[in-house]
Design a protein around this ligand. Structure first.
Ligand code: G4P
Length: 528
């Protein structure tokens, strides 16, 4: 007999882990993802994901722009099973394909894995992504990669994580040696030594020990290494943070793992610990209070829309995060904003770029819905009672450009394109407030401009010209009495789509000066 629905949903929720890997380009995200997929049996050969990354232009049927540049415009989702768990990895695009989608994807994750290169430490893109996760208060797990290379000392890295990111850390394991001298790690939680042998560090010998004073370690790693290890761990025991599960769950403490993804060293241990400690899908905030994932009624929200995945059909895919209940193929749900029932008939799940048809999905899963143009980012879908999930946050643009139409006769199509593409979240749009009204576009990643230009031409038949501007910061002005002359000294005052005043600054100094001169004015990073 089949299980009652609530029980079925509960057991599916309990075994799910949905997370994103956040890192700076080149830290090893592709390599780590690939190792995780190999453990899960989702791919059979090493190099599968990497080959895709390298030769996407050859196999992809996605946007032309993607073909030209050999990069992925979209965040895809990878799913696999490992020791009873169902794992969803959300891929967050980096490099030049960094965009607001990267940030929005993070809202669909229940936890994050922060990948750091042992030699480079905390880098720019990691900081940005960390901040988005940190604002949501989700648990963040750290994997320090490339231990087979010389890098910074583990203590320095922990200090840097705290200084730059403002989060305390607790090492779950500790390296024995580093670079060419690396011989293994000491697992502080299980009191065991994992030793790696041979040039490629792949042979693993695992030995249980009493504690880090155990003479077995001396036998295994030699006197010098053991003394160093003892010294480090004694210091950590006295001065380091204790493991505290509640703090990890609140995102106040990050468990740190050391390893080398390319050598598959420490990856399995990391995966097993992570699956044990990371949360299963958590309740989501809505206008109706928190929605429990185990509720029998289905609900979810759209966090991303991908256009033109198949240029021949010009279709769009809306990415849905399931928040509660069970999703069934062909089910009817309420599209809350549109106020109508719709049938979800062509759901797809993703593994890299292969699309599979989904029969059912549970909270934590991501489903791709065929979108004939009815969805917007942030839309909620629900069964039974209407549920509206808290709107997705907008992000402060950092790159700006003035936009003009090459052919003035196309103005109507141009306006339509701007309206639709801002609604989809492709770009943010502003208008100047003095003199001849001009349109300024704001984005967080250069790629958004390219996508905008491409789609204006392809979908609306409008050739546009973008003129890059030197602004770097946008701040929404909240003031009882907005007097444009007050901010203009150091900035340009514009209005967003809803008519809110926004000051654009060229540098941090100009922004700080405006803030100092107007102490009663609020300067918000995003729209109020
Ligand atoms: P990304 O997705 O974060 O951009 O990084 P990716 O996995 O592509 O890795 C970037 C480079 O770092 C690759 O080298 C990869 O092999 C290497 N790498 C990943 N993990 C480790 C590690 O644990 N140790 C060392 N030493 N290197 C690592 P590449 O030269 O760019 O590519 P490839 O020719 O080696 O594939």
């Amino acid at each position: 007999m089949s299980k009652p629905l609530t029980e079925e949903i509960k057991s599916e929720v309990d075994r799910r882990r949905t997370f994103a890997i956040i890192s700076h380009p080149d830290a090893g995200k592709t390599t780590l993802t690939e190792k995780l997929l190999l453990f899960g049996g989702a791919i059979r050969e090493a190099g599968t994901v990497k080959a895709r990354k390298a030769s996407r232009h050859a196999t992809s049927d996605w946007m032309e722009i993607e073909k030209q540049r050999g990069i992925s415009v979209t965040s895809s989702v990878m799913q696999f099973d490992y020791s009873g768990h169902r794992v969803n990895i959300l891929d967050t695009p980096g490099h030049q394909d960094f965009s607001e989608d990267t940030y929005r994807t993070l809202t669909a994750a229940d936890s994050a894995v922060m990948l750091i290169d042992v030699a480079k430490g905390v880098e720019a893109q990691t900081i940005k992504l960390f901040q988005v996760c940190s604002k949501r208060g989700i648990p963040i797990f750290t994997f320090i990669n490339k231990l087979d290379r010389e890098g910074q000392s583990p203590f320095d890295l922990m200090e840097e994580i705290e200084r730059v990111l403002g989060i305390r850390s607790v090492p779950m394991n500790w390296p024995i040696g580093m670079g060419r001298d690396l011989c293994g790690v000491y697992d502080r939680m299980k009191n065991q030594v994992e030793l790696f042998q041979g040039k490629d560090h792949t042979k693993i010998e695992v030995r249980k020990v009493e504690d880090y004073n155990d003479p077995i370690i001396r036998e295994m790693a030699g006197e010098f290494m053991h003394d160093q290890l003892k010294q480090d761990l004694e210091l950590l025991d006295v001065a380091g943070d204790q493991f505290d599960y509640e703090k990890v769950r609140r995102g106040e403490l990050t468990p740190v793992f050391f390893g080398s993804a390319v050598n598959n060293f420490g990856v399995q241990t990391f995966l097993e610990n992570f699956l044990q400690l990371a949360p299963s899908p958590t309740p989501r905030k809505s206008t109706d209070g928190e929605i429990e994932p185990v509720s029998e009624k289905f609900s979810g929200y759209i966090f991303k829309i991908q256009a033109n995945m198949n240029p021949a059909h010009r279709d769009r895919i809306a990415f849905l995060r399931v928040c509660s209940g069970r999703f069934d193929r062909g089910m009817s749900v309420k599209h809350v904003r549109a106020g109508k029932e719709i049938k979800l008939s062509q759901p797809q799940q993703f593994l890299a770029q292969d699309r599979d048809i989904v029969q059912s999905a549970y909270p934590g899963d991501i489903v791709g819905l065929f979108d004939p143009g009815i969805f917007r980012i942030g839309d909620s879908l629900s069964q039974g009672k209407e549920v509206v999930f808290d709107e997705l946050p907008t992000f402060s643009p950092e790159i700006f450009a003035k936009v003009t139409v090459k052919n003035a006769l196309k103005h109507k199509q141009y306006q339509k394109g701007i309206d639709q593409l801002t609604e989809e979240g492709t770009i943010q749009v502003f208008h100047t407030t003095s003199g001849f009204e001009e349109t300024i576009l704001g984005v967080v990643g250069q790629l958004q401009f390219e996508v905008f230009e491409y789609r204006m031409k392809g979908e609306y038949g409008v050739d546009i010209q973008l003129h890059r501007m030197t602004f770097q910061f946008a701040r929404w002005i909240v003031d009882d009495n907005v007097d444009p002359s007050k901010y203009r000294i150091n900035s340009t005052l514009v209005k967003d789509k809803k008519g809110n005043y926004v000051a654009l600054f060229e540098n941090e100094y100009a922004m700080r000066t405006a803030m100092d001169k107007n102490p009663t004015t609020k300067f918000l990073e995003t729209a109020p």
